[in-house]
Ligand binder design. Structure first.
Ligand SMILES: [Zn+2]
Length: 326
């Protein structure tokens, strides 16, 4: 039997939050906390209304680099740029656990199927739904920052960031996350030796008991064969805005792989609701390659840039495919 579940990659439009400059947000963080809460609740409401099986907090706090660079020790942020100023060590307190808890509480109040530590099996069987934690990956965090001190190579910074992120991942696991997603957009642009990126991701994934999703976007021609060897449970890739990735996957996929593929099938760059037949076609083409009974579909990343109404229209296509099958 085929089971289809839906998820979201991360950032979601948060129109009720008026983004201010990063420095302003730091200095007024207490006063603005309510705005963030409202944005999380609004995102979760939209996800639950669209019947999304694995949701997140909407990543409403903005920039995926600064969320972590502002809390992990060894970074400083100046004029919107992250600098590595010294030895990187874990954040003093969990970075995203409170937002995770608010997302879960909100979701549970709307749909009783949301459970802490929901197993992937129960989610595929549509018995449970879950909330995942999202981390910006070590390669992406390092290559988005300027090293000004301590590290003579990026490689060692990447491993120390992985150690700091593992602490956060374990906090999210303990809080009841159903999965940890690691976002690594910088892997596809060849910013780093892929073996270093792989080792860093696996420093996190191998220490967790819950499933790990690795999200990599962009054209994957040069990295797909390596990515398929990463020790993660699910590779989340974009296929709608980057249809070349279907051919690349076909070229490198082996039937012996036990990982699943998150099928990015909504074009987030398109300022209109996707044509359902196109979405179905993308899902079917990937399914023909991976031949999974359990299918995971989601939008390509970058939903933050879309109008609220458009996002809901797009998510509703996932809802229909989830209900009707492919
Ligand atoms: Zn992405």
């Amino acid at each position: 039997m085929m089971n289809i579940i839906t998820t979201v990659v991360g950032s979601y439009p948060s129109n009720c939050f008026e983004a201010k400059s990063f420095n302003e947000r730091i200095s007024k963080s207490l006063g603005l906390f309510d705005s963030y809460k409202k944005a999380i609740i609004a995102s979760v409401n939209a996800f639950v209304r669209s019947d999304i099986d694995i949701i997140c907090d909407g990543q409403v706090r903005g920039d995926m680099v600064k969320i972590f660079a502002s809390k992990i020790n060894g970074f400083r942020i100046d004029d919107n740029t992250a600098y590595i100023k010294g030895k990187i060590t874990p954040a003093a307190h969990p970075i995203s656990v409170r937002d995770f808890q608010l997302a879960f509480k909100t979701a549970k109040s709307l749909d009783k199927r949301f459970k802490l530590n929901a197993s992937l099996e129960d989610i595929f069987n549509h018995e449970s739904k879950g909330v995942k934690g999202i981390l910006t990956g070590p390669t992406t965090l390092t290559h988005s920052s300027l090293i000004e001190n301590f590290y003579s190579s990026r490689e060692n910074a990447i491993y120390d960031i992985a150690k700091a992120l593992l602490v956060e991942a374990k906090e999210l696991e303990k809080a009841g996350a159903c999965a940890i997603q690691i976002d690594e957009p910088f892997i596809s642009i060849g910013a780093e030796d892929i073996n270093v990126s792989k080792a860093a991701v696996e420093m996190i994934s191998e220490e967790l008991d819950i499933p790990v999703i690795l999200h990599v976007c962009g054209d994957l021609e040069n990295v797909m064969s390596n990515l398929l060897d990463f020790e993660v449970d699910i590779l989340d890739l974009e296929f709608s805005g980057m249809p070349e990735n279907i051919g690349t996957l076909k070229k490198h996929w082996k039937s012996s792989y036990d990982k699943n593929i998150g099928i990015g099938c909504l074009n987030t760059k398109m300022k209109a609701v996707d044509n359902k037949d196109d979405v179905l076609e993308t899902v079917r083409e990937v399914q023909k390659i991976i031949k999974r009974d359990n299918i995971i579909i989601d939008p390509d990343c970058g939903m933050r840039m879309l109008e609220d109404e458009l996002s809901i229209g797009k998510l509703n296509i996932l809802k229909e495919i989830r209900a009707e099958g492919i």
